[in-house]
Design a protein around this ligand. Sequence first.
Ligand SMILES: [Zn+2]
Length: 248
Amino acid sequence: MFKQISLADRLANRLARALPRPKMHIEPQRPIVSFTFDDVPETALSNGARILEQFGVRGTFYTAGGLSGRVHDGQPMLADEGYRELASRGHELGHHTFSHRSPVRLAGRYRDDLDRNDAFLTTVTDGYAKNFAFPYGLTSPAAQRAVDRRFRSGRGVLPGINRGPADPGLLLSVEIGGRSEPASLVGWIDDAVATPGWLIYFTHDVKDPPSRYGCPPDLLERLVGHALETGCEVLTVDAALDRLEAAP
Ligand SMILES: [Zn+2]
């Protein structure tokens, strides 16, 4: 996933992060956990969505229309019908650009690329995506401005729990990857319970064995189960923002 990141990508990303950012205050009464899936591999529907539904909860699936029906990072991606299926089962479709390129590679075409994915999303769900995830976690000053204007939230890949003053345009998130230690992943939930905050996990495929960017099904079951057992609310990103904005 990170093989395409250039020095220019890193510099633009660092520049955007150095700018002063608007903050929202996150202090939920009950800790919140969101499960998010990027790109979106077929197994994120067949296993990921299925596991969430078994627990009676839903997830956010960050969709890049240009990947629909293709093979990406060695994984078959959902085709259009799969995205319709996710939406019809109550999951949230987020926005992940159309082409899945970094801000530096898209340069002046970033907004056009966002428009193109809006057009794709209207063919598979009602209306537009409200929440965005940066491909490769890469932002830039111009991309960040575009995302801040258009979306309710943006999600990066810097690990952490969103609490206290948090940046809604560049939310922290914890990767469930093929190399993640299950015990430390579970520990993030305990941390979010000890001092309530909003923990967002992200992953890609959900299968056994997973790719280096994915998650085995039994680990996803363990995390969802642990979040619910410890009193967390498990919400889509959009529902989490509803809850946080409604908090006194
Ligand atoms: Zn991605």
